[in-house]
Ligand binder design. Structure first.
Ligand SMILES: [Cu+2]
Length: 508
């Protein structure tokens, strides 16, 4: 009997391993010099490269990344858009994961569970993101799952911020995955003489609409198809900043293999300060309800519009001074780091690291104050989050650990009547969403991923100076079906230093 059982078990593990391949990466993080505009600049390199190596993988793959920190300061990598299901320990932000000390290494163990699409990774501590250390993540559909377009002749990633970009084409259809890895500016992206058909946004296949230019806000990614069917010559690729004065413009080139004629004519123009243009484009990007996502069932088969909302959380940003220093806040709280990652405080029941209820779930108009803000929510609840922007700048918000439905956005003040205009049929799901100046954006999110998850402004100076908090998705369950235990190799720091990594010996 025991023999049969162990034979069955080994068969089981063999099957699991066969279904979910492992991909191993060893990364050395160093300082180095790059020449982004011909001018030498210190950067953070991964294996000598800027941007860093691309993670190329398939749904459900296990990704093992051994990161050696050869900088002289602590370092962490966040996997933007990767949900790290049941495993916020691997999320790579300071609220979940201890920094890798200088001269040390840490191995991230990630699974691209039930995900497809275009994402990126970046260094999450301090202002490292400004210096590089980022790269693309490309999750392909599993071979047997249909993708709603023919395989492209080429598949390229453009991280805007990586300013020199040349692609060689020859009369075929290509896929471009475009991510805005910048610190602040929304960008408009366009290719001279070529339309772009949007096919994917942060893991969702979209209704296939063609555009002459596309707005991509900070932290966002999208995939487009375009066909190199114009007279063979060079064409300008342009990314220009939106809602800024002056407007910053950078160019790359689309080159046809059959011609060495350079690009000519004026740079293709794009929108500059027009908000309605951007809002209308955002509303036109919808989920392709008949396409498969990571699994073979159609993406629209989950009827998010029919689920009653258990709770509404309204979030408003503000800017001001605290103790004579510039700060930014959400619902009046300007986030400050604790001495211990919040997830580890939870795991080891270390009290006094943060207070539950340290941020309210609606703006109250109070002045800005400092705190380690954590918003408690219930595992498996279905919540509505409204980002209210009373300020005169565009905001971009990102939630770790999740993909959410962008059900509505409009100008003015949100009210319960605003729900009448929600898209409850084919809203796109993504992990980063913009909020226009003096406007609101509403999202629905099914809180099905236990953990401690950072919600932040993607405007990097703002998140650094407090415009962020942690969403604690909590359950009393200690089942492995709901959350993994702390990784065996986890680094421990702050008041978690010296704790045992597996307090119960039952996990092997
Ligand atoms: Cu993230």
């Amino acid at each position: 009997m025991q023999l049969i059982l162990s034979a069955l078990l080994s068969l089981f593990f063999a099957i699991v391993a066969a279904e979910n391949p492992y991909r191993f990466f060893t990364w050395n993080v160093t300082y180095g010099t790059i020449y982004p505009l011909g001018v030498p600049q210190q950067a953070i390199l991964i294996n000598g490269k800027f941007p860093g190596p691309e993670i190329y993988c398939v749904t459900n793959d296990n990704i093992i990344v051994n990161v050696f920190n050869s900088l002289d300061e602590p370092f962490l990598i966040h996997w933007n858009g990767i949900q790290n299901r049941r495993n916020s320990f691997e999320d790579g932000v300071y609220g979940t994961t201890c920094p890798i000390p200088p001269g040390k290494n840490f191995t991230y163990i990630l699974q691209m569970k039930d995900q497809i699409g275009s994402f990126f990774y970046f260094p999450s501590l301090a202002f490292h993101k400004a210096a590089g250390g980022f790269g693309a993540i490309r999750i392909l559909s599993r071979p047997l799952i249909p993708v709603p377009f023919d395989p492209p002749a080429g598949d390229y990633t453009v991280l805007i911020g990586d300013w020199t970009f040349n692609v060689l084409m020859s009369g075929k259809t290509y896929r471009l995955r475009i991510c805005n890895v910048g610190l602040q500016n929304s960008l408009n992206f366009r290719i001279q003489g070529h339309k772009m058909k949007v096919v994917e946004v942060e893991g969702t296949h979209t209704a296939q609409i063609s555009y002459s230019s596309l707005d991509i806000h900070v932290g966002q990614c999208m995939s487009v198809l375009f066909t190199a069917d114009q007279p063979p010559q060079g064409y300008y690729i342009v990314a220009s900043s939106r809602f800024t004065n002056p407007i910053l413009v950078t160019t790359g080139f689309l080159l046809y293999a059959s011609s060495n004629r350079p690009a000519s004519g004026p740079l293709p123009g794009g929108p500059t300060t027009q908000i309605d243009w951007s809002l209308n484009q955002a509303r036109s990007i919808r989920t392709n309800l008949t396409a498969s996502g990571p699994r073979p069932n159609p993406q629209g088969s989950y009827h998010y519009g029919m689920i009653p909302v258990a709770r509404t959380i309204r979030l408003a940003s503000s800017a001001g001074q605290v103790n004579g220093k510039q700060r930014y806040a959400i619902n009046s709280v300007s986030f400050v780091m604790a001495d211990t990652p919040l997830k580890l405080a939870d795991y080891y029941h270390i009290s006094g690291v943060y207070r539950a209820g340290s941020i309210s779930d609606a703006p109250n108009g109070a002045g800005i104050y400092l705190d380690t803000s954590v918003l408690n929510t219930d595992y498996r609840s279905f919540v509505e989050i409204v980002f209210e922007n009373y300020e005169d700048i565009l905001q971009s918000y990102h939630l770790n650990g999740y993909s959410f439905f962008v059900v509505g956005m409009d100008g003015g003040q949100w009210s319960s009547a605003s729900r009448n205009q929600y898209n409850l049929r084919d809203a796109v799901t993504r992990c980063t969403v913009q909020v226009y100046p003096k406007s609101w954006t509403a999202i629905y999110v099914a809180l099905d991923n236990v953990g401690m998850w950072n919600l932040r402004s993607e405007f990097w100076a703002r998140q650094y100076l407090g415009q962020q908090f942690y969403l604690r998705v909590y359950t009393t369950s200690t089942s492995l079906r709901d959350e993994y235990p702390i990784p065996k190799n986890a680094l421990l720091c702050g008041r978690a230093s010296g704790r045992r990594k597996r307090p119960l010996a039952i996990y092997t």
